[in-house]
Design a protein around this ligand. Structure first.
Ligand code: GLC
Length: 554
């Protein structure tokens, strides 16, 4: 096992001021953002037409979830051809036009790369199956004989993240039961064998393909999963899903992954224009996450510890301090995120009692959830580093918790004990207009049913209403660009504050956040810039209502 020690963090001045260090990056989930051809499914033309919304919102970059050729067994995270656009999303020409339009509007574009597994319809895998045992193509995946007298048992005891065994048995071309193959996710997502040089070459080539097209970077799916422990050892017990992200697993966060990202960084360095790699890496600690963003590896890693933190001042402060401390030695910016396409939207998480996890089925107290979500978003956007927004959070959208079972498409919904399963609730197409079929999402229907009243939360309904969540986000991103102290950096200074309240300073900026259910009185820190709720300033005292964040110039 190679141990790569962090080089001392001495970013040169160009790196220190690079765009991504304080970027606000907006995740577009192509299926659900905007439908350009009226077939009920979002697409690249739809995204193109709605880019001005993102420019007006004031984000720096867009991250697009996968739009590649895919049978959609896992909503596009099962890629059959890494260099083609799925016809349901458009064509390569549409992707090219989207990149150009975004760049013309001053928006950078990050595409999703899915290197841990392909689709079972990928040419390599189809041929590996079709050619039968002994096919050299099988070495590009993890094929193994089964255990038991007739090979009827899986080769080891690993469980799929989506529930059930992580192995599926194949049928040989002559119709007899054959070897098994590994899939950490759905059976339609066979894991690549990253020890194979062809796999490594192929992905460097795929990187170049999208870099040549003009992509500004990659969000790397399951970046912690590519390398498996030698010999694929048993874990020794069940209930493995509980351990994911908390413990060392033989299929996650193996030290060997870092060599891959060092080679990718070199590929990016061949290109002009500050392109970036962003890790989706679930690791047991922020210190382990920091390994992915050492100076010669990736640029950013998602901060899932932050995403999983409750609306609680002490917990938030601990995670903020821990994240900044973990990133500082490697010189990478901290990142912050509250929602994405895999978890219940934070509006709904905060509407429910803490401790229920990130996959919820209950709407909870919606007014409370929205109040807290607005406060949490303002707190996040005040932190040093880069922030990720998920489409629709700028509208304060709740999760749709009452989707009928027959409408659900999440592949793990139907697999017993899957970790996920309720991810459709945050994937419902977003509302653009008050009226109309699918509320402006498109001219037809919507692949997941939108709830009644969705139009009241639309971009059209909220635009111009100073009390709306959309205008709060627009104002926050404007202030973030203008106010010294907001954005880049790796430190903040905590001010004394009552229990349940966070107050910190950065240069001439102060953020105060009340995470409690009761109003608190504080000395006025300065001139109020923005607040997530109705803050009252009286003389030199401010009354910060329950679950409210305020920004101040000092
Ligand atoms: C990542 C994606 C998720 C997908 C999984 C398998 O976690 O964010 O949506 O299901 O990888 O590719």
């Amino acid at each position: 096992m190679t141990q790569h020690l962090a080089a001392p963090a001495t970013p040169d001045s160009a790196t220190r001021t690079a765009w991504w260090r304080d970027a606000v990056i907006y995740q577009v989930y192509p299926r659900s953002f905007a439908d350009g051809n009226g077939d009920g499914m979002g697409d690249l033309q739809g995204i193109r037409a709605r880019l001005p919304h993102l420019r007006d919102l004031g984000v720096d970059a867009v991250w697009l979830s996968p739009f590649y050729a895919s049978p959609q067994a896992d909503a596009g995270y099962d890629v059959a051809d890494y260099r083609a656009v799925d016809p349901m999303f458009g064509t390569l020409l549409d992707a090219d036009a989207l990149l150009r339009d975004a760049h013309d509007l001053g928006l950078r574009v990050i595409v999703d790369l899915v290197p841990n597994h392909s689709s079972d319809r990928h040419d390599w895998f189809r041929r590996a199956l079709g050619d039968g045992p002994g096919s050299p193509l099988r070495d590009r995946y993890h094929f193994r004989p089964g255990k038991g007298t007739d090979g009827e048992l899986p080769p080891n005891d690993w469980e799929s993240v989506f529930g059930g065994p992580a192995w599926t048995r194949t049928t040989d071309p002559d119709g007899t039961p054959g070897d098994w193959y590994l899939h950490l996710f759905a059976p339609e997502q066979p894991d690549f064998n990253w020890e194979h040089p062809a796999v490594r070459d192929e992905f460097r080539s795929v990187l170049r393909f999208w870099l040549d097209m003009g992509a500004d970077g990659f969000r790397v799916d399951v970046a912690h999963g590519l390398v498996k422990a030698a010999g694929l050892p048993d874990i020794g017990h069940h209930d493995q899903l509980r351990l994911l992200g908390n413990d060392t697993m033989p299929f996650f966060d193996q030290d060997g992954v870092h060599e891959i990202y060092r080679s990718w960084r070199k590929v990016l360095a061949e290109y002009a224009g500050d392109r970036i790699l962003v890790a989706e890496a679930w690791t047991p600690t922020v210190e382990r996450t920091a390994h992915y963003v050492r100076p010669d590896e990736m640029h950013q890693a998602f901060n899932f510890q932050y995403l999983s933190t409750h609306w609680d001042a002490a917990e938030l402060r601990a995670v903020i301090d821990g994240s900044l401390a973990a990133m500082r030695p490697v010189g990478a910016p901290a990142t912050w995120v509250l929602s994405n396409h895999d978890v219940t939207r934070h509006t709904t998480r905060f509407a429910n009692p803490p401790g229920l996890g990130t996959q919820l089925r209950t709407p909870g107290d919606r007014a409370l959830g929205l109040r807290r979500a607005r406060a949490a978003s303002l707190l996040m956007l005040a932190l040093p580093g880069s922030a990720y927004l998920y489409q629709g959070e700028e509208l304060g959208l709740p999760d749709v918790t009452d989707l009928p079972d027959e409408a659900r498409q999440d592949p793990s919904f139907h697999r017993a004990e899957g970790q996920d399963g309720f991810r459709d609730g945050c994937r419902v197409p977003i509302p653009w207009t008050v009226e109309g079929p699918s509320y402006g999402f498109g001219t037809g229907g919507s692949w997941l049913p939108q709830p009644a009243g969705w139009g009241e939360l639309s971009v059209q309904a909220q635009t111009g209403d100073p009390a709306s969540t959309l205008e709060l986000y627009r104002a926050a991103l404007r202030v973030r660009r203008e106010q010294p102290g907001l954005g880049a950096g790796d430190a903040l200074e905590w001010n004394a504050a009552p229990d349940g309240v966070l107050s910190f300073r950065r240069e001439s900026f102060v953020c105060t956040a009340n995470t409690t259910g009761a109003a608190v009185r504080l000395p006025v820190p300065g001139r109020m810039l923005l607040a997530s709720g109705p803050v009252r300033v009286a003389g030199d005292e401010v009354e910060l209502p329950a679950d409210t964040t305020a920004w101040w110039a000092v």
